[in-house]
Design a binder for this molecule. Structure first.
Ligand code: NAD
Ligand code: UGA
Length: 458
């Protein structure tokens, strides 16, 4: 049995909250505290209405909160009292100065490092949980070990691979846990201390270790590879529409090759979420910094195809609806960047809504979990956008439905009833290919799937 551990996580977001809830749940001998500068977020973590929606999270938090899981705004006490510190603050794309629009903005990260240094009275293990550019640990070490007060910090890299919507399952049964450290005696000891925590529930063969730079880079590369698969199949979807092929059939045939694999081959309106875009931009900025222009161009093309796919969706709508959307009511089914989350960060729905408004359409936004975030994202567009949670009511009087998030509930709606309440000719643009297109067509809709021939009554 390993000894009890006092753990702190700085940053109570989509990663910090669920990850720490899992550690607290699986390691009853650990005492886990999560701190944040945002008092509203902490209050929500301490309430019955958590700040994020994630299937299974409510029960996990409720079982551990107050027992060995605590949420607090007292960052200073948290740092003083704990020995192992995860840092899970946001690392968005830099919006100013050198590297604007590409490099990672490390201000929150560095502020945290300085806070750890200022409030520590004993040596600690500091763990990079946020996704960071390679060599950030070096900067972290330099800041943390800059004071000659006898306190020493071991910096580890332990990137998080969870996906939103499946976070609890991903945390409980991870494909792997990656821990990068310095390959010194101290570094290896710190690595083992962290491995012991995961070993409470993750099989040892899935806890892999590496040098610290490989670990930092592996996270960026994993996201880049996943995003690249999506851009690849989305590029193919454009070709399928021209060649009268069906992208689902192509993906199925290609994915059955065990060397390629079937996952992450769903064509759609492009990837969203807070990380893919930011992490690829981060990767290509690194490449450019090292003078690897061709490598940077290669990764940039993944982002370009993603932008192209979103614009292509709008152009297809325009073309199908007689080249004008002005004054037409368009209902959006889904606003979250994927199903089973309330998160709308970088959601393609934001782009689609903006472009529809540019075309002077009226937009009705519907989503089962993300309307609160959607309202904030579209705050400037008041009056031309309305928000209706019920997808059936949202479609009433609309000229078209654009399905943007693959929520399961959209598969089970009474489409005949919906068709009757809409303007004619009625259109469906299925940006996720989840509807029964033949059935929609038989009801009377003009159907535009993605990467497949349209089914129209014209
Ligand atoms: P988030 O924005 O949801 O949460 C970050 C939190 O950090 C915020 O609540 C913010 O208030 C807090 N914070 C910022 N500066 C602070 C400071 N100085 N002291 C205390 N708290 C501070 O972000 P997230 O989605 O949880 O992502 C965090 C990191 O994890 C990012 O680097 C991201 O790339 C990475 N990541 C995210 C996911 C995901 O699914 N969201 C998955 C894997 C990795
Ligand atoms: C992604 C990765 O999957 C995680 O491993 C990683 O930890 C995380 O980013 C991160 O670093 O933040 P996430 O963005 O939560 O997780 O969700 P994904 O399931 O990867 O979906 C991302 C986007 O790609 C969504 O918009 C989704 O709709 C889209 N997607 C996904 C497709 O269009 N097609 C697919 O086949 C799969």
């Amino acid at each position: 049995m390993t000894s009890a551990k006092k753990i702190l996580c700085i940053g109570a977001g989509y990663v910090g909250g669920p990850t720490m809830a899992m550690i607290a749940s699986k390691c009853p001998r650990c005492r886990v505290t999560v701190v944040d500068i945002d008092p509203e977020r902490i209050a929500a973590w301490n309430s019955d209405e958590l700040p994020i929606y994630e299937p299974g999270l409510d029960q996990l938090v409720a079982a551990a909160r107050g027992r060995n899981l605590f949420f607090s705004t007292d960052i200073e006490a948290g740092i003083r009292e704990n020995d192992i510190i995860f840092v899970s603050v946001n690392t968005p794309t830099k919006a100013f100065g050198l590297g604007a629009g590409m490099a990672a903005d490390l201000q929150y990260w560095e502020k945290t490092a300085r806070q750890i240094l200022a409030f520590s009275v004993s040596s600690k293990i500091v763990i990079e949980k946020s996704t960071l550019p390679v060599k950030t640990a070096l900067a972290m070490e330099r800041i943390l070990n800059s004071s000659a007060n006898g306190v020493f910090f071991d910096v580890l890299s332990n990137p998080e691979f969870l996906a939103e919507g499946t976070a609890i399952r991903d945390l409980e049964q991870p494909d792997r846990i990656l821990i990068g450290s310095r390959e010194t005696e101290r570094g290896l000891k710190a690595r083992e201390t962290l491995a012991e925590i995961y070993a409470y529930w993750v099989p040892r063969e899935k806890i892999i270790t590496s040098n610290i730079w490989s670990s930092e880079l592996s996270k960026l590369v994993a996201n880049a590879f996943l995003a690249q698969r999506i851009s690849s199949i989305n590029a193919v979807s454009a070709l399928c529409e021209k060649a009268e092929a069906d992208v689902t059939e192509v993906a199925h045939a290609v994915g059955m090759d065990s060397r390629i694999g079937a996952k992450f081959l769903n064509a759609g309106i492009g990837f969203g979420g807070s990380c893919f875009r930011k992490d690829i931009l981060n990767l290509l900025y690194l490449c450019r910094n090292y003078g690897l222009e061709e490598v940077a161009d290669y990764w940039e093309s993944v982002v370009k195809i993603n932008d192209y796919q979103q614009e292509r969706f709008i152009r297809n709508m325009l073309g199908a609806m007689f080249n004008t959307l002005a004054g037409k009511r368009i209902c959006l089914w889904g606003f979250a960047f994927k199903a089973n989350t309330s998160d709308t960060r970088e959601s393609p729905a934001i782009f689609v809504t903006r472009r529809l408004l540019e075309e002077r359409a009226e937009v009705v936004v519907s989503d089962p979990k993300a309307l609160k975030n959607a309202r904030m994202d579209l705050a400037g567009a008041a009056g031309r956008v309305s928000f209706v949670e019920d997808p059936v009511r949202a479609a009433e009087g609309c000229h078209a439905i654009a399905l943007l998030t693959e929520w399961d509930l959209y598969r089970h709606l009474d489409l005949r009833k919906i068709f009757e309440t809409m303007e004619k000719p009625a259109f469906i643009f299925d940006g996720r290919n989840i509807l029964d297109h033949r059935r929609c067509f038989d009801i009377g809709f003009n159907v535009y799937p993605l990467g497949k021939p349209p089914l129209t009554h014209f």
